[in-house]
Design a protein around this ligand. Structure first.
Ligand code: ADP
Ligand code: K
Ligand code: ZN
Length: 431
């Protein structure tokens, strides 16, 4: 049933383990130029940690801190002990670099293998990794995890859908790792190549790396005839394999024997009430080369109360609502891109892609949602299109409380990137 004993540890035993590992982490981190300074200034040493809750006594680490320490400021050992580096994809600015010792890579591969096991993958599976390789952790991270589990692993990389389909058919691929915004596009391509997704050998898709809604997941599952599981991670915490859904599909288990997770109010830094939405803060407790303490992920989510039916004791987080950086403020109302996705993905006429543009109308900010419409609905009948446009704008207003501009565009007319989708584009300076 489970890949590792830690998945079902009693809470008290798990928290004791976390506290021990946190103590050890502080000891290790003190060897890095950055934390030795931070600890000195804040009078921090391992003795202040008695329970896992004492993590709150430690200062936060932000993306800016990592940037200011670029590249080596957080390393606890001399560079010759490191064997790999990754960098965040830089979706929101200058990248940050993360370094791994061989032991760190082994820990990561184990966590990844555990994650894949939790959704039903076994060594008899054949996994095709359709995410880009390179500095992005979704390539090698998934790859080594899949090998660790014993799956035959096809390092297809991103793009070239024709070749992807051939590999899948030739090698009887049973599992895909694919970015959600690409998955819908891919499903359409499979049909366009003359194949019925129902006849393909795949059963399981690992989707993640970017925010997506439950609607998008359902759409992916229907269009590809596959079970899709949410995979969460970030390079600062290794990469994928931080939190993962199990077959229950009811939230992502955080691997708490490796990470301490908190959810805070991004404004005050205080913990939110259990079940409330806030910013996820993570501390590594099994990483030796580059431990990171109380990292402000900028990702918004909540702890799901209660225990999962699968029997794992680790807490679960809800799907990521978006990044704090992606929040739009319009007429005083906070709007998250995922609220918009939730609505438009639920409309049958809507195709695979959309983009939210931030524009200026006169002196005020406005948003324009460009939505691709399925081929069969993109009729020449202006009146029908206007009706659709109005309906979408109305549904969006009900959700986000302001009425956005809605522009309907033809199927496949919004450029599709092979990596993470850019959902919000700021055009206020350019239009
Ligand atoms: P970048 O910040 O440049 O995208 P990473 O490649 O490290 O850097 O990506 C990590 C980020 O990707 C996370 O902080 C989160 O915002 C997003 N992300 C990763 N997995 C998911 C997921 N399953 N759902 C939503 N967002 C995700
Ligand atoms: K195998
Ligand atoms: Zn579960």
């Amino acid at each position: 049933m489970y890949f590792h004993d830690a998945e079902t540890l009693e809470r008290s035993a798990l928290e004791k383990l976390q506290a021990e590992r946190l103590k050890k982490t502080i000891e290790l981190a003190a060897n890095s130029p950055y934390y030795s300074e931070v600890f000195k200034n804040n009078k921090i040493d391992p003795s202040i940690i008695e329970t896992v809750d004492d993590v709150k006594k430690l200062p936060f680490t932000t993306k800016e801190d990592l940037r200011s320490q670029y590249p080596y400021g957080l390393l606890t050992q001399s560079l010759d002990n490191f064997v790999r580096l990754h960098a965040s994809s830089g979706t929101t600015g200058t990248p940050t670099a993360v370094f791994y010792t061989q032991k760190d890579l082994d820990t990561w591969a184990d966590l990844m293998a555990r994650s894949m096991y939790a959704v039903g993958l076994r060594k008899s599976d054949v996994l095709q990794n359709m995410s880009g390789y390179g500095l992005f952790t979704g390539g090698l991270g998934i790859h080594y995890g899949s090998e660790r589990l014993g799956c035959l692993t096809v390092p297809a990389g991103a793009g070239n859908t024709k070749r992807q389909i051939k590999l899948i058919r030739d090698f009887n691929v049973t599992a895909l790792h694919i970015i959600p915004s690409f998955a819908l596009y891919f499903a359409a391509k499979v049909r366009a190549e003359g194949f019925d997704p129902a006849d393909m050998p795949w059963k399981i898709a690992l989707i993640g790396a970017e925010p997506h809604t439950e609607h998008a997941r359902k759409k992916i599952e229907e269009m590809l005839h596959i079970k899709a599981y949410n995979s969460y991670g970030l390079s600062e915490m290794n990469g994928p394999g931080v939190a993962f859904e199990c077959t229950q599909q009811s939230g992502m288990h955080i691997w708490e024997d490796s990470f301490i997770a908190e959810i805070i109010d991004p404004e005050t830094g205080d913990p939110v009430e259990d079940g409330e939405i806030g910013e996820l803060v993570m501390t590594t407790i099994t990483r030796e080369g580059m431990p990171i303490i109380r990292y402000r992920t900028r990702d918004l989510t909540r702890f799901i109360p209660g225990q999962c039916k699968c029997g794992r004791t680790s807490r679960r987080i809800d799907r990521i609502m978006g990044r704090a950086d992606d929040m739009l403020i319009l007429k005083g109302v906070n709007i998250y891109p995922m609220q918009i996705e939730k609505i438009i993905m639920g409309i049958p006429e809507v195709g695979q892609n959309y983009v939210i543009e931030l524009i200026k109308e006169g002196l005020v900010d406005q948003i324009r949602v460009k939505v691709e419409i399925k081929e069969e609905f993109f009729v020449e009948d202006m009146r029908a299109l206007q009706g659709l446009q109005k309906m979408i704008a109305g549904k969006l207003r009900d959700e986000i409380l302001v009425t956005p501009r809605v522009e309907l565009v033809q199927h496949n007319s919004i450029p599709k990137s092979e990596g993470k989708a850019k959902r919000v584009i700021d055009l206020r300076e350019t239009e």
